[in-house]
Design a protein around this ligand. Structure first.
Ligand code: HEC
Ligand code: HEC
Ligand code: HEC
Ligand code: HEC
Ligand code: HEC
Ligand code: HEC
Ligand code: HEC
Ligand code: HEC
Ligand code: HEC
Ligand code: HEC
Length: 318
């Protein structure tokens, strides 16, 4: 996808989600009118008459989670209980008449009949401020994604909290990144020793590519603190952006490098004079030129590629 089609898709998705948002208001009014906006008198007990442990969908595990905590005033279970999320029960609490469909109630998840904007508004009603979600306008919101695409409410442990289920979910859509994590040098996502959310905030950020931190280097420093500096002799690209030389996900070269030296170094350092001459006149490494190519190439001498603290390390040699 090039940038233009991407932008157009985003604009298109934006318009759709606006339409959905406005239709959600109407849908809400319509369904509310139909069901006479009646909340049940007995809260969860009303629902649990039918939605018990024999039910096809296991609703009870919610009572092991924070949403099932009755003693926390912020929790749905402390107020309207099930109906805090699912809306007023209305005629849904009655058995369906023979040959008729049962009255609907607000449902969640990517396949549910309830429009995405209405589903998300319920969750955002409690999760817009205190959990630092910048959902609105983010790339996932713009594709009309619902919270229930990733989160599961009626389960003991939310799958987003567990590395393997989180990585699997993200990679089910992001196939290119899935492939990048199969390369030879990688951040260990493949073995679930690391998860996408250690580097990304999937809800939305003010930063490029949903990266958690304001700059990419801030992200890298958070784990590779020894690279932070300040160094006596800095190497300009290192303090500018680690991803000038490294792929963040994975690479077929050593150490997540975009290219191997000398090519990596030569992509910035011109070939006039010593700096990037790795070949002899006939294009092959000679006895004198071999240190430029063999083993660690330029790094044979310029070992301090991330900057040096040695008084005479100006050329990053020590
Ligand atoms: C009289 C029994 C009964 C009661 C009481 C009841 N339900 Fe249901 N509910 C059902 C049945 C049966 C279905 C499956 C209906 C269908 O397939 O159309 C269902 C479906 C649902 C669905 C899926 C809706 C959809 O359209 O996909 C949700 C969500 C739900 N119920 C929540 C609740 C909640 C919350 C309460 C309490 C406020 C409640 N139910 C009370 C019997 C009941
Ligand atoms: C009535 C308010 C309320 C509503 C509505 C609500 N939540 Fe929550 N949610 C909470 C509270 C309170 C917590 C616990 C927060 C804490 O301990 O800091 C929580 C926690 C969570 C967590 C973290 C769970 C964990 O394992 O720590 C997730 C994820 C979450 N909610 C998602 C959702 C989604 C998705 C929806 C909509 C389907 C939703 N919430 C609706 C109040 C709400
Ligand atoms: C693309 C998948 C995805 C979607 C869609 C999504 N989330 Fe999340 N959410 C996550 C991940 C991943 C985490 C982080 C889990 C971790 O690393 O602990 C998370 C964490 C949370 C938390 C806990 C935050 C905290 O600081 O502890 C809440 C609350 C939450 N999400 C609510 C929502 C709400 C509300 C929506 C819909 C508006 C939503 N999420 C949509 C993937 C998603
Ligand atoms: C925090 C919001 C929230 C609360 C509170 C809540 N639910 Fe749900 N419910 C959801 C979401 C989101 C789903 C979609 C599947 C999932 O995440 O587990 C769902 C799914 C369901 C389903 C399956 C619907 C289907 O599509 O087949 C039933 C039935 C249900 N809930 C009943 C209940 C009952 C009964 C209670 C009270 C004991 C309750 N819910 C409380 C958010 C909530
Ligand atoms: C249902 C499919 C789906 C799931 C699941 C999903 N994404 Fe996305 N993601 C998208 C789409 C569609 C976009 C927007 C299109 C694009 O820019 O590639 C997007 C955009 C992104 C972007 C921004 C890309 C950019 O170029 O700005 C990042 C980063 C991202 N997702 C990470 C994640 C993470 C992390 C998870 C898991 C917590 C996740 N996604 C789960 C579909 C998904
Ligand atoms: C070690 C940190 C890290 C981890 C772990 C990570 N990412 Fe990223 N990701 C980044 C950075 C940094 C960028 C920005 C790259 C750029 O701007 O050149 C990025 C970019 C992206 C993009 C935008 C397109 C692209 O490739 O540039 C997507 C989509 C994405 N990541 C998805 C994921 C998914 C899905 C996972 C988990 C399977 C994941 N990332 C794990 C750091 C990480
Ligand atoms: C959440 C912590 C974390 C973040 C953030 C992170 N890394 Fe890493 N990084 C690791 C871990 C853990 C390893 C070790 C992998 C192993 O031993 O298999 C690693 C390995 C590496 C390696 C390869 C080391 C080798 O010898 O093969 C490079 C290069 C690297 N990271 C660069 C980066 C860059 C660049 C960023 C920022 C875009 C970054 N890392 C962000 C945790 C992190
Ligand atoms: C000018 C290119 C360049 C830039 C920019 C760069 N690196 Fe590197 N990095 C390298 C090279 C080359 C290696 C391989 C070193 C080796 O093989 O001894 C490496 C190796 C690494 C390693 C693994 C070996 C070690 O030294 O621990 C980590 C971790 C790492 N880089 C992190 C980072 C971080 C974090 C940044 C940003 C602050 C960064 N790099 C910026 C070129 C670069
Ligand atoms: C993204 C571009 C880029 C890459 C890739 C790069 N460098 Fe640099 N390098 C620079 C810049 C910019 C400077 C600062 C030049 C200046 O101050 O005149 C610099 C400075 C240096 C210096 C110090 C020069 C001096 O005069 O003090 C050395 C030595 C050096 N780089 C070696 C390397 C090696 C070895 C590699 C490959 C591992 C490499 N560079 C990769 C951009 C790059
Ligand atoms: C055999 C050791 C050795 C190798 C291999 C080597 N260099 Fe150097 N390089 C040096 C020394 C020594 C200096 C300092 C020369 C001086 O101070 O006049 C230097 C200086 C530099 C400078 C600064 C230029 C200047 O005008 O001061 C750059 C840039 C540089 N090297 C890049 C590279 C690159 C790129 C490679 C790989 C293609 C490489 N070097 C391989 C030893 C080496």
């Amino acid at each position: 996808m090039n940038d233009h089609t991407r932008l157009r898709l985003r604009l298109f998705a934006g318009v759709i989600s606006l339409l959905l948002a406005s239709s959600a208001v109407f849908a809400d009014e319509a369904t509310t009118k139909k069901k006479d906006a009646k909340f049940s008198k007995k809260g969860a007990d009303t629902c649990l008459k039918c939605h018990d442990e024999d039910n096809e969908y296991p609703v009870l595990p919610i009572f092991y989670t924070k949403h099932g905590e009755r003693n926390d005033g912020r929790s749905p279970m402390a107020t309207l209980q099930c109906e805090t999320c699912h809306g007023p029960v209305g005629k849904h609490k009655k058995k369906a008449k023979k040959g008729k469909k049962k009255a609907p109630i607000r449902a969640f998840g990517p396949k549910a009949w309830t429009p995405p904007a209405e589903q998300n508004a319920v969750c955002l009603g409690c999760h817009s401020d205190h959990n630092r979600l910048n959902w609105t306008g983010g790339p996932h919101e713009s594709t009309a994604m619902v919270c229930g695409e990733c989160h599961v409410i009626h389960t003991r442990r939310d799958p987003m909290r567990v590395a393997d289920s989180q990585n699997e979910k993200c990679q089910s859509c992001h196939l290119k990144q899935k492939a990048e994590f199969q390369r030879t040098s990688v951040h260990p996502v493949r073995f679930d020793k690391m998860r996408c959310s250690q580097c990304h905030n999937p809800h939305g950020t003010f930063n490029d590519k949903l990266v958690k931190t304001a700059t990419k280097n801030e992200l890298c420093y958070s784990c590779h603190a020894e690279k932070r500096g300040p160094k006596l002799w800095e190497h300009a690209p290192v303090i500018e952006d680690c991803t000038l030389c490294h792929f963040p996900h994975g690479s077929s070269h050593n150490a997540l490098l975009k290219k191997t030296p000398p090519l990596l170094c030569q992509s910035c350092h011109g070939s006039a004079g010593h700096p990037s001459v790795a070949y002899t006149g006939d294009g092959l490494p000679s006895g004198t030129a071999s240190p430029f190519l063999l083993s660690k190439s330029c790094l044979n001498c310029h070992s301090q590629v991330h900057g040096s603290n040695h008084p005479s390390g100006v050329k990053l040699l020590r």
